[in-house]
Ligand binder design. Structure first.
Ligand code: SF4
Length: 697
C-alpha cells in the first residue's frame, strides 16, 4: 500500500549487498511513509525483502544521534556539544597521540555501510592527511577471505560473475550460503531462473538451511572442512579426466603442483575428514564437471573460517580446472555481506590505495601521491594492521587512540569480555554512527552523529559489481551530518605541510574516482550519477564511451597477474580449529535471520522486523536437548572457554545432534562465547567454529 505517498524518490537499499533499487514514498507533508521496489531495475525487478519494505521507518527510528556528545572519562555522563567542539577535540586528540607515540598509534576502523565517495574521502584523509597505517574496515569480519582468495587466484579482487549467471548455469554449488535468509532477492532471482530452466542445486552446509531444503543434494559437511571436500572434488575431476585441458593450458599456471597436492584427497580419505560419503563426493564432482557451465556461490560459511582464504582459492581452483570463469553461467561468485562492502574494497584504501592499488607497489604510491599532491614517502610501503589485529594492539599499548565509523565491535567481535577490556584501555575513542545507543558508544569520549542511508547522496557497489545511486530522500536527522562532511571537516583541522584537495560534493569526489579508475579493472569512467539512475545501476568495468557496463570479468581468459594467467594453488588442509571434546562437546555455528541485519542497530528499532525475532535463541537438536536436560521454549546457558550466554532453546532437526546454531545479531549473546581464531591470509575470524556445552538454568 502506498500509505498516502504523493511523491516517490529513487534510491538503493542500505542493508545487504544485493543492491535492490527502491523508491521511498513521501506523503504531502514530506514524511517517508512507504517503500516499493523499482520495477525496471534488473537486480530486484520490483521486489524487496522485509528489510527493504520497512526501511523507510529508519528515518525516525529510536536511538538516533541528534547532536555530538563529549566527555573526558568513559564513566562520566556525556554532555551535548556543537560540531566545532567535537571536531576540534577529535583533531587535537589525533595529533596529540601521534606526536607522543607516532602516526600509527592512532587507528581508524570503518565499515561497509557508507557511500563509496565517503570511503574514497576517508581513505584520502586516513592515508593522505592523518597518515596512519593502522586503518581498516569491518569488512575484515565478513569479506576479507573473499578478497584475499580472489587476489591469490586471479591477481586482483573483483567477483567475476553476476546474477544473470543463474539464467545460464547448468549447475549451482552453494557453499556456506543461505540465500533465502541472507540475500532474499538474490534467492528469488536464482529460484525464478531455476523454475524456467531447471538446473541441479547442490548445497554444502552443516545445517539444514532454507536453501538446503530446496536443494537436489544437501551435503551436511563437518564444520571447517570445506577445503577437504573441494580438494576431493578436484581429485575426482582429475582422476576421471573431466577437467578442461585447453582452458588450464591457456589460462592457468602451476597445474602440476596443484595436481600433486590433490592426490592426498581421494574421496575415501576425504570422507573421513569432512563427513561426506565417497559416492556423494564422486557424484557431485561428476555433475559439476560435466555441466556445460557451472557456478559456485558462497558467503560466510567459507569466509569466516581459519582457512577462509584457502576455501575461496579452492573454489577458484575448481572453476579454473573446469573452465568456469568468465562465461555465462560459469563463475566463482562471492555473495558479499554489507550494502557497500564492495565499495570499501574498491575505493576506501583500507588495504592499500584507491582503485585496487597497493601500498607495496612503488608505481601505485607515486601515482596517487601525484594525483593528491602530496609527497610519495608520506605513504607506508606495506599495509598495516587489520581490524582484528588493531584491537589486540590496543591491549599491548601499541595503539592509543581509535576512530570507529559505523561499526559496533562490542557486539560484532568475538569474545565480548576481551573487547570490553580492550576499549576501556584506550586514551581516546571517537564513535561516528547514526545511532547514539550503539553498544560501543558506551566506551567513547566523543560521539559524532552521522546521517543515515538516504539522508545523503552517493553510490554503492553490489555483489555483482553494479554501482547504483542513493539519492537524498530526507534531510539528516537532528543535527547529524553526512559522513562525507565529517571527513572533509576533519581534514581541515589536521595540520600537515601538504594536504590533498577535498571536493565539496560527493559527485565531485565521484569525478575524481572516475579519473583514477581509467584503464583499470574497475574502470567507472563511463558512469555519471544521472546515467546510473537512468540504467538502474551499471556494472564495472564501464569505460568512457560505454553505453552499458560489463556483466562478467575475465571473459577473454586474461587475468590480472603480469603474465595474464590465473594461478592454481596447492592447498593442504590443516585442522586448526577448537574442536568439541568431553568438556565442551558441541560445535557452535552462527549466522543470520532474514528480518535482522548485523548487530540490529537499525532493524532492532523497526517494529515489523523486531517483532519476529526480538530475543536471542539457539537451534538445538531434540536429542541433544534431551541429553543436556533442556527443553524447547526454556532459557538455557551456553558455555565456552571464553564465557557464557543465556539463550532461548529452539528444538529443531535443522541442526545435527553435535551442533548449536545461534543468530549472531544480538548483543551479549553468541560473541560472549565465540573464539574467532584468525585466517592467516585474510585475518578474518572463524566465527562459525568453536566448542561449547549447554547447561539448564
Ligand atoms: Fe535490501 Fe538486501 Fe532485502 Fe534487497 S535483499 S531489499 S538489498 S536487504
Amino acid at each position: 500500500a502506498d500509505k498516502g505517498a504523493v511523491e516517490w524518490k529513487y534510491t538503493t537499499c542500505g542493508y545487504c549487498s544485493t543492491g535492490c533499487a527502491i523508491e521511498v514514498g513521501l506523503n504531502k507533508d514530506g514524511k517517508a511513509v512507504s517503500a516499493r521496489g523499482v520495477g525496471d531495475a534488473d537486480v530486484n525487478r520490483g521486489k524487496l525483502c522485509i528489510k527493504g519494505i520497512f526501511e523507510y521507518e529508519l528515518f525516525e527510528s529510536g536511538g538516533r544521534g541528534r547532536v555530538p556528545l563529549m566527555r573526558d572519562r568513559i564513566h562520566e555522563p556525556f554532555r551535548e556539544a556543537n560540531w566545532d567542539q567535537a571536531m576540534d577535540k577529535t583533531a587535537s586528540e589525533i595529533q596529540r597521540i601521534q606526536e607522543a607515540h607516532g602516526r600509527d598509534a592512532f587507528a581508524i576502523v570503518s565499515t561497509g555501510q557508507i557511500m563509496t565517495e565517503e570511503f574514497y574521502t576517508l581513505g584520502k584523509l586516513a592515508r593522505g592527511v592523518v597518515g596512519t597505517n593502522n586503518y581498516d574496515g569491518n569488512t575484515t569480519l565478513c569479506m576479507a577471505s573473499a578478497v584475499s582468495g580472489y587476489k591469490r587466484s586471479f591477481g586482483s579482487d573483483g567477483p567475476p560473475g553476476c546474477y544473470d549467471d543463474f539464467e545460464h548455469t547448468d549447475c549451482l554449488l552453494a557453499i556456506g550460503s543461505n540465500l533465502p535468509e541472507q540475500h532474499p532477492i538474490i534467492y528469488w532471482r536464482m529460484r525464478e531462473a531455476r523454475e524456467k530452466r531447471p538446473f541441479p542445486l547442490i548445497v554444502v552446509d552443516p545445517r539444514v538451511t532454507m536453501l538446503a531444503q530446496n536443494a537436489d543434494m544437501h551435503l551436511p559437511i563437518s564444520p571447517g572442512t570445506d577445503l577437504v571436500l573441494l580438494n576431493s572434488l578436484a581429485y575426482v575431476i582429475l582422476e576421471e579426466g573431466l577437467q578442461d585441458e585447453d582452458y588450464i593450458r591457456a589460462h592457468t599456471t602451476d597445474f602440476e603442483a596443484f595436481k600433486a597436492t590433490v592426490q592426498d584427497y581421494d574421496p575415501l580419505t576425504a570422507s573421513k575428514l569432512c563427513g561426506i560419503d565417497e559416492d556423494t563426493i564422486r557424484n557431485v564432482a561428476r555433475v559439476y564437471a560435466k555441466a556445460s557451465s557451472a557456478m559456485t556461490i558462497w558467503t560466510m560459511g567459507i569466509n569466516q573460517s581459519t582457512h577462509g582464504s584457502d576455501g575461496v582459492v579452492a573454489i577458484n581452483n575448481l572453476n579454473l580446472i573446469t573452465g568456469n570463469i568468465g562465461k555465462p553461467g560459469g563463475s566463482s561468485l562471492s555473495i558479499t555481506g554489507q550494502c557497500n562492502a564492495m565499495g570499501t574494497r574498491e575505493w576506501s584504501s583500507c588495504s592499500g590505495l584507491p582503485g585496487y592499488r597497493a601500498l607495496e607497489k612503488p608505481q601505485d604510491r607515486k601515482d596517487i601521491a601525484e594525483f593528491w599532491g602530496i609527497d610519495e614517502d608520506f605513504f607506508p610501503e606495506k599495509r598495516g594492521l587489520f581490524m582484528t589485529d588493531i584491537l589486540p594492539a590496543i591491549e599491548t599499548g601499541q595503539i592509543k587512540g581509535l576512530w570507529l565509523i559505523a561499526t559496533n565491535p562490542m557486539t560484532s567481535m568475538p569474545n565480548t569480555a576481551r573487547i570490553r577490556k580492550t576499549l576501556e584501555k584506550l586514551d581516546f575513542l571517537v564513535v561516528q554512527d547514526a545511532y547514539a545507543d550503539v553498544e560501543t558508544n558506551e566506551y567513547s569520549h566523543v560521539f559524532l552523529p552521522a546521517a543515515i542511508w538516504a539522508e545523503k547522496e552517493g553510490v554503492f557497489t553490489n555483489t555483482e559489481r553494479r554501482v547504483n545511486l542513493i539519492r537524498n530522500v530526507m534531510p539528516p536527522f537532528g543535527d547529524s551530518k553526512p559522513d562525507f562532511w565529517i571527513f572533509n571537516e576533519m581534514a581541515k583541522r589536521i595540520e600537515r605541510d601538504k594536504k590533498p584537495n577535498f571536493p565539496e560534493t560527493t559527485e565531485q569526489a565521484f569525478e575524481e574516482m572516475k579519473q583514477l579508475s581509467k584503464g583499470r579493472l574497475l574502470d567507472i569512467s563511463g558512469m555519471s550519477y544521472d546515467k546510473i539512475e537512468e540504467k538502474r545501476g551499471l556494472q564495472w568495468p564501464c569505460r568512457d564511451g560505454d553505453e552499458t557496463g560489463s556483466q562478467r570479468l575475465y571473459t577473454d581468459g586474461v587475468f590480472q597477474y603480469p603474465d595474464g594467467k590465473a594461478k592454481l594453488i596447492p592447498l593442504p588442509f590443516v585442522d586448526n580449529n577448537e574442536r568439541p571434546d568431553d568438556e565442551y562437546p558441541l560445535w557452535l555455528n552462527s549466522g543470520r535471520v532474514v528480518e535482522h541485519f548485523h548487530t540490529r542497530t537499525r532493524t532492532g528499532k523497526v517494529g515489523n522486523q523486531n517483532k519476529f525475532s526480538p530475543t536471542p535463541y539457539m537451534e538445538m537438536n531434540p536429542d541433544a536437548a534431551a541429553e543436556f536436560g533442556v527443553e524447547h521454549g526454556q532459557y538455557a546457558r551456553l558455555v565456552s572457554r571464553r564465557g557464557d550466554a543465556v539463550v532461548l532453546v529452539q528444538s529443531t532437526q535443522r541442526v545435527p545432534r553435535n551442533m548449536i546454531f545461534v543468530p549472531f545479531h544480538y548483543h551479549e549473546c553468541v560473541n560472549r562465547v565465540s573464539l574467532g581464531l584468525l585466517d592467516p591470509h585474510s585475518r578474518q575470524p572463524a566465527y562459525k567454529q568453536c566448542a561449547v556445552r549447554v547447561e539448564p538454568i
